[in-house]
Design a protein around this ligand. Structure first.
Ligand SMILES: NC(=O)c1ccc[n+]([C@@H]2O[C@H](COP(=O)([O-])OP(=O)(O)OC[C@H]3O[C@@H](n4cnc5c(N)ncnc54)[C@H](O)[C@@H]3O)[C@@H](O)[C@H]2O)c1
Length: 444
């Protein structure tokens, strides 16, 4: 997309938008009120903007309007205070966009079964937005996606009716970097990267985020901004793949990988610790790199690091099940008909999200081998594995009763020392039992 030269009309729309954003009279819209969209809506409302959230799910909209939160990092009282003050409201009706000045798109970007990007949520959100989109608006895509999406998919859908980007409306990509459960870094203090289709778009995007967030980092294009997110998450996925492979090698050689990592991390430069685990989980790290490999495949480049790390990380639930099986064998108990208790099913510590969680794969594999499986998790009251619903059991009682307990997610509220005392056998995939010396503990 060529950069638009300034023209008399440019001054009109950008000036009006600039004025409204600076005065915080711009009416802000957020499409998709999930883990990303709801915290963002709350930040802009707290900064003094009038915010309208749009979601397809009626129950989410009702809960927000009733002053409630369903996202762990957003306190219900905070939403209630903002709703009472008239700063935030939610709706399923996209026609409110007629009255809005800005719109952030925070809808899911999953993978299809074939590991190809599923763009259907972005496309259907943009179809609805386009019906009510009007001159002078700023639109920002935040959903993680492949480089080129903003200009190849979103722009043509919004530039209907002859509207010109950079003059009649403004379009940016800004990757969301929220880290659920992180007490130190949240939406407000995580630096926000933003790249516009034109310089006027970037300027509008920077001004907008600068009103509510602490640091805004401009980049030269939407493609750069899209690639930033994929670099960050691919970096994590590949380093986790590397350390998982090191864990498998160390296991074979009788070396404690956790001790190796701790010692390596004493190097004050050139090393950053990553830790092995039962497999990748969540809506980002297992998925985002495949957006990149799909796109590069079209350009004839195989993303070999991504494919290899994806394979190794995907093997980890199998490796954990092998460890459980051999630990039970060593105690003279076959896995078939043994009771295995899984501690923690969320994809990471201290959160309630089970999307892509390796615990689900581990439970499935154990059941397939004939084990009786129970689970406990202070954040997750029930889960669905294949076609079966499981409900969280009492942790202490189940650990005591099970033939083998397995730490899959190391929630910090759990008293591991006490559980280690009660268990007959524990497989620890997170080093949650560090410092506890016992023959019944089998570490990854
Ligand atoms: N969760 C994270 O930690 C995280 C971190 C960084 C980036 N991201 C990215 O942000 C995006 C959103 O992720 P999330 O975790 O918030 O997802 P989510 O599933 O929690 O929330 C998405 C919301 O969008 C709604 N929605 C779906 N289609 C819609 C439509 N057409 N119109 C209106 N609403 C619609 C859903 O009902 C849901 O409430 C994804 O691209 C994800 O990869 C997520």
């Amino acid at each position: 997309m060529s950069q638009t030269a300034s023209a008399p009309q440019t001054a009109t729309f950008i000036d009006t938008l600039t004025e409204k954003i600076s005065a915080k009279t711009a009416r802000v819209g957020i499409v998709g009120l999930g883990y990303v969209g709801l915290p963002l809506a709350v930040e802009f409302a707290k900064a003094g903007f009038s915010v309208t959230g749009i979601d397809l799910v009626e129950s989410k909209v009702e809960r927000i309007n009733a002053g409630d939160s369903y996202v762990q990092d957003v306190a219900g009282q905070e939403v209630a205070a903002l709703v009472d003050a008239g700063q935030i409201r939610a709706t399923t009706d996209f026609s409110v966009i007629r009255e809005l000045d800005t719109i952030n798109i925070c809808v899911p970007t999953p993978l299809r079964k074939t590991k190809d990007p599923d763009m259907s949520y972005i496309v259907s959100a943009c179809q609805e937005i386009a019906k009510y989109f009007h001159p002078g608006m700023l639109a920002i895509l935040e959903s993680t996606t492949y480089p080129g999406t903003t200009e190849e998919v979103v722009l043509p859908m919004l530039a209907t009716s002859g509207l010109e980007v950079g003059r009649d409306f403004f379009l940016c990509f800004s990757p969301e970097r929220v880290d659920p459960g992180n007490p130190k870094f949240q939406t407000r203090n995580i630096p926000k990267v933003v790249g516009g289709v034109t310089p006027a778009c970037t300027k509008a995007g920077m001004l907008f985020y600068g009103q509510a967030l602490e640091h805004v980092i401009p980049v030269s294009s939407t493609r750069v901004a899209e690639m930033v997110k994929l670099l960050e998450n691919t970096f994590r996925m590949i380093n986790i793949g590397l350390v998982n492979e090191m864990a498998i090698m160390s296991d074979r050689m009788g070396i404690n990988i956790w001790e190796v990592i701790d010692a390596a991390a004493t190097k004050p430069f050139g090393f950053m610790p990553f830790y092995p685990g039962p497999g990748l989980g969540g809506h980002c790290i297992p998925i985002d790199p495949f957006y990149l490999s799909w796109k590069t495949r079209q350009a004839g480049i195989e993303a070999r690091f991504i494919e290899l790390a994806g394979y190794i990380n995907g093997q980890m639930p199998h490796f954990v099940v092998e460890k459980i099986q051999s630990a039970l064998n060593d105690c003279g108990k076959p896995l078939k008909n043994s009771h295995v208790h899984i501690m923690g099913v969320a994809y990471k510590r201290d959160i309630d999200d089970v999307r892509e969680s390796p615990a689900l794969d581990i439970i499935h594999l154990l059941k397939r081998r004939g084990a009786t499986v129970t689970y406990s998790d202070p954040y997750v009251p029930s889960i669905r594995v294949e076609d079966e619903h499981l409900f969280a059991a009492d942790e202490m009682a189940s650990v005591g009763a099970a033939d083998c307990a397995v730490v899959v997610t190391d929630h910090s509220s759990t008293d591991y020392e006490k559980l280690a005392g009660a268990a007959k056998l524990i497989v620890d995939t997170r080093n949650a039992l560090r410092g506890i010396d016992s023959e019944k503990i089998i570490r990854l």
